[in-house]
Write a protein that binds this ligand. Structure first.
Ligand code: HEC
Length: 111
């Protein structure tokens, strides 16, 4: 009987811990999620990348010249738009923080 109670308490603790972990990720936008929803169309190669010439995430050669600009400048350029890319990579609903998180994710995947 005692053992069961202990297990139930333990399960409760695990759930609480998970809930806290979840809260944290909600506060900070997930760069990967923003990227996949709004940027991958052009930045993961394939047709979108082929037609627009967008630097492909994961292709080091494409990012060799871009990464040295730093995340700050890359984020600013994405927000204002650069070359063939319209402002915010066409994601009108993305906040500045979400754009930055996506840029960080893309840089991480491409070095
Ligand atoms: C419609 C296609 C398209 C979408 C969608 C798109 N991009 Fe781009 N992106 C481009 C193209 C094309 C370039 C190259 C621009 C140039 O230099 O001419 C580019 C360049 C970039 C660069 C390099 C900027 C620099 O300083 O040279 C970053 C960073 C970037 N995109 C991030 C993003 C992020 C983040 C998103 C999603 C929120 C996104 N892009 C969505 C087409 C796209």
């Amino acid at each position: 009987m005692r053992g069961t109670r202990f297990l139930i308490a333990l399960a409760g603790l695990a759930i609480t811990t998970l809930a806290i972990a979840d809260d944290h990720s909600a506060a900070e936008p997930s760069g990967q999620a923003v990227y996949e929803a709004h940027c991958a169309n052009c930045h993961s190669g394939g047709f979108g990348g082929f037609f627009t010439g967008a630097p492909k995430v994961g292709k080091k050669k494409d990012w060799k010249e871009l990464i040295p600009k730093g995340v700050d400048e890359l984020t600013t350029n994405t927000i204002t738009g650069i070359g063939e890319m319209l402002a915010r990579g066409q994601c009108e609903t993305c906040s500045d923080d979400e754009i930055r998180a996506a840029v960080e994710y893309m840089v991480e995947q491409s070095q």
